[in-house]
Write a protein that binds this ligand. Structure first.
Ligand SMILES: NC(=O)C1=CN([C@@H]2O[C@H](COP(=O)(O)OP(=O)(O)OC[C@H]3O[C@@H](n4cnc5c(N)ncnc54)[C@H](OP(=O)(O)O)[C@@H]3O)[C@@H](O)[C@H]2O)C=CC1
Ligand SMILES: O=C(CO)COP(=O)(O)O
Ligand SMILES: [Zn+2]
Length: 362
């Protein structure tokens, strides 16, 4: 009889048994021109029930939420709910409003979709993600980002059961939103470098598949950067696919690690210090240039790609002064401190000031 030593059993346990992971992925992904028409088929296909809470925003309810409501009105009862911000009180209100709903629909930008995602998770009801802008990679992810007292939380949630992304609507959104979505994807480059750094310094486990998918998504996007233009449905299509792919990478990893490193911590810090000035993806893009410089990579190449897409590359471009950006860089390490990144490698005020100035250099 072969017997195993206690050490061998421990190793086997670490290598095999403790590795079980539950990956949840979206089931129906419909991207294209005028695909709202397919919402009834999607709801029937997924057997979601007959009553839904539709969460949308101040602008997006008129732009798309009401249209979704109209399309589904033949066979479903749709209760509209305005989410003007993402906050715990709004989430609680939405949960009350969804008490007897069978499923949730989030129609809007990242904040609306994350709100619907959290409500869906808390009430254990399915949800459909209907992005009106290709501005963030939470469209398909199983994570939800929410500012909390003294920090920023990335909450575990369910991924949407379906994504219905109408490229005609997305193409009509202000170009700023599309460029922000590109920057959110481009930030995958430094998110992966930070993840690998955390592996080397802290022994954090890296999912090779999630990392490869995330990096490949950023590479394809950068390759297609010359095709990304305002008001173009082809651009909306390219960017939406990249955002879905990046979201899937997060689901594979079971965390936002493949798409969120130090550049995201900088973005969350900036949002705290200068709320509402920069879009999420915009500040992530600026953080990516700085992080890539610190990693010793091609930061000028990243800056050129962002510029060519029309994304901001300096704090000034988003109406934020340099001193605030310096503070955000210094604060970044304290946002979700358990996530080790390049900003934990001894960044000083003096170096932070130099890094911000560097953004303006030719
Ligand atoms: N869960 C995850 O994995 C991820 C989550 N995020 C989160 O997503 C959020 C950022 O998303 P983002 O979309 O940039 O920001 P917002 O959701 O704040 O949307 C920005 C603005 O764009 C408006 N808008 C949306 N679509 C259109 C359109 N078609 N035409 C005109 N205006 C439009 C919104 O209107 P309205 O007022 O109607 O909302 C809002 O005023 C952050 O909270 C971030 O943390 C980001 C990445 C990943
Ligand atoms: O924005 C995200 C990925 O692009 C998710 O990030 P966080 O986990 O930092 O909230
Ligand atoms: Zn992001």
């Amino acid at each position: 009889m072969i017997t195993m030593s206690a050490d061998a059993i421990k190793l086997l346990k670490e290598k095999v048994f403790d590795k079980s992971r539950w990956m949840q992925l979206p089931r129906d992904v419909v991207i294209g021109h005028d695909v709202f028409q397919q919402l009834p088929s999607v709801c029937e296909d997924l057997k979601l029930g007959k009553k839904a809470l539709l969460i949308s925003g101040k602008n997006t309810m008129d732009l798309a939420g009401n249209r979704v409501r109209e399309i589904l009105s033949g066979g479903w009862t749709i209760i509209p709910f305005f989410a003007e911000e993402i906050s715990l009180p709004v989430i609680k209100e939405a949960e009350k409003a969804a008490a007897d709903a069978d499923f949730l629909i989030g129609v809007g930008g990242g904040r609306v979709i994350d709100t619907a995602k959290i409500v869906s998770y808390n009430l254990d009801r399915p949800f459909i993600s209907v992005p009106t802008a290709a501005s963030h990679d939470g469209i398909a992810s199983a994570r939800a980002s929410v500012a909390v007292e003294g920090g920023h939380s990335s909450l575990q949630a369910h991924p949407p059961l379906a994504i219905v992304a109408d490229t005609a609507i997305i193409a009509r959104a202000p170009h700023r939103l599309l460029a922000a979505g590109c920057a959110d994807v481009i930030s995958n480059y430094t998110a992966i470098l930070d993840w690998e750094l955390a592996h080397r310094v802290k022994g954090e486990q890296v999912s090779e598949y999630a990392a490869a998918l995330s990096k490949m998504t950023a590479e394809i996007l950068v390759k297609n950067a010359p095709l990304i233009k305002p008001s173009s449905e082809e651009s909306a299509w390219i960017v939406t696919k990249a955002l879905v792919s990046s979201g899937v990478a997060m689901s594979i990893a079971g965390s936002s690690r493949p798409a969120s490193g130090g550049e995201h911590k900088f973005s969350h810090a900036l949002e705290r210090l200068a709320p509402g000035k920069a879009l999420h993806g915009e500040s992530c893009g600026i953080g990516t240039i700085i992080s890539m410089y610190l990693h010793g990579g091609d930061w000028k190449g990243i800056r050129e790609s962002l510029k060519s897409i029309g994304a901001p590359v300096t704090p000034k471009d988003v109406g934020i002064d340099d001193a605030t950006a310096v503070e955000a860089l210094l604060m970044a390490k304290d946002i979700r401190p358990e996530r080790f990144t390049i900003f934990d490698m001894g960044l000083t005020r003096e170096s932070a000031e130099k890094l911000v100035l560097m953004l303006y250099k030719e």
